[in-house]
Ligand binder design. Sequence first.
Ligand code: GLY
Length: 333
Amino acid sequence: MPDRRTFLKSSALGAAAGLPLLAACAPETPDVAQDPDEGAVAPIRPVALSTWNHGLAANREAWPILESGGRALDAVEAGVRVPEADPAITSVGYGGAPDREGHVTLDACIMDEAGRCGSVAFLREILHPISVARRVMEETPHVMLVGQGAQDFAVAQGFERQNLLTPEAEANWRTWLERNGETGPPPVNTENHDTIGMLTLDMDGNLSGACTTSGAAYKLHGRVGDSPIIGAGLYVDNAVGGATATGWGEAVIRAVGCFLVVELMRQGHPPQEACRLAVERVIEKNPDWQEIQVGFIALDRQGRYGGYCIAPGFDYAVKTPDIDELVDAPSRL
Ligand code: GLY
């Protein structure tokens, strides 16, 4: 468990709007002294940042790894494995909503401080796609494996096949099929928000990111969203920062959203502003933007973070809390 130096909360602004986009875990009393040589604010480390409420449990899992000096990559993988295994989360891993044929198909990717990356898409019957993505990164010369090939690789690596469709998810799917089967998949919106995206910064100043999802509920069979696509659902550049996306993947892909967020941070925009500008680009590229939900969260190499999301009916921003807010905030573990 994080100790009293730990700060963990969902954005008050997001929570007030009924959509806690971002969960953060960072030092409660960061060292913010001016660096006498650089004149810059000393970095906040470590940090774990995740999307949505599922991020709270992911942060909690990642935090001991980070706080004890572990690697950002290990923390981010351990973190997102928690929602992957949680049957109550209907948009990630086990218990995720199936496609319209009744198959749970998973997308995930991971990226480390050296720009190495691994990804799996349209993967079936494997509980932890994020760990398979890591094996693709570490054990193969490739970045991305999909479908049967990804499953064969996972089994060869020692992962066990299992049924990921829970009775609850199957019942919901059958109800949906009876009511809506001919009308196509529902949009990703406030009732169907998805995707655990996570960014971590370790004590050595290294960043990593992970993104994992069962994708849009009742999608067409074979559909792959933004989450396993490096640059769209996730991007990390250790010299700048990282970003991950949530929401309607097609809209994120059209804007190459997370690469854009990181490039905006490279140009000097703080994380939250970079996320807002990227959302504006999504709006430009997607005429149906008022019907969909899209959000980004971002973490820069100094440990500053932010997020921005649009959803039908409203939009909102999540800002890095100022230091007073961090100190006064009660632990919300
Ligand atoms: N953002 C997840 C998806 O669209 O599949």
